[in-house]
Design a protein around this ligand. Sequence first.
Ligand SMILES: Nc1ncnc2c1ncn2[C@@H]1O[C@H](COP(=O)(O)OP(=O)(O)OP(=O)(O)O)[C@@H](O)[C@H]1O
Ligand SMILES: [Mg+2]
Length: 263
Amino acid sequence: MVDIVLECKDVFKQYELRSGPLEVLKGVTFKLNKGEMLAIIGISGSGKTTLLNLLYGIDTLNTGEIKIDGQEISQMTKEEFRIFRQGHLGIIFQEFYLIPSMTAIENVMAPLIIAGKSEELALTVAYQLLERVEMIEMANKLPHQLSNGQKQRVTIARAIANKPKILICDEPTRALDTGLGDEIMDLIEELITREGISVIMSTHDPEMAARADRVLIIRGGQLVEEKIKDKKSFDFQSAKEVYQKSVDADEQTSGKKSTKKQT
Ligand SMILES: Nc1ncnc2c1ncn2[C@@H]1O[C@H](COP(=O)(O)OP(=O)(O)OP(=O)(O)O)[C@@H](O)[C@H]1O
Ligand SMILES: [Mg+2]
């Protein structure tokens, strides 16, 4: 039997703007299986970050259900969810969000300290994590002294500090060039293999999506599954074509030209 670690059912999310409501997610339904990497692709503004923010509890849905590890998160109090999240979810933001006044190792220690670990233990764990992402030599550097690839390595170490079951990645390679992006994806794949972590990742980049087990396209506020029988048969060219079709369709609906770079 497949273990489902995350399940969204008919999720609706709208923002109230001065000009009226903006419906971003209009009935999003999907499942994430244990040990799986799921990619969500879609053009800018299609709602990728909105969806991931709902999963991490940064924002709340209007209607629908989000179950993580079998538990409906909207049923939890803020405090219950805070504790639940520490043990279940890690997140990598596209803008890194490292704390600028803290060194690399302190940034990795932060979630451990927040989760109640002693400073000594947090230091030991953070050191091991930095070793794992090959950042030991940079442990005492501040974020502004790090390159983008190095910052992303620190954010990965921070995201997995409390051994989450699910890693949420919002365009983890957007700020990186292709070579560095591949390295970061290698690291994420290693986590799946070694720790059995499940990953949900948003991306603009079909090449990154091609590395996932399954790809969902977000369009018109809904997710459409791309049928990929097995990972090996999923070729980069078809991913690009599918992506291009969704961009074209969105352009036709919105009547404007996308400025996104096509590879
Ligand atoms: N807090 C908010 N208040 C109002 N509108 C918002 C808010 N957050 C996002 N939006 C709007 O919701 C839509 C979806 O935004 P979102 O950031 O989820 O897109 P995205 O797919 O992540 O885009 P990108 O690829 O550029 O990161 C956009 O039209 C955006 O302007
Ligand atoms: Mg986004």
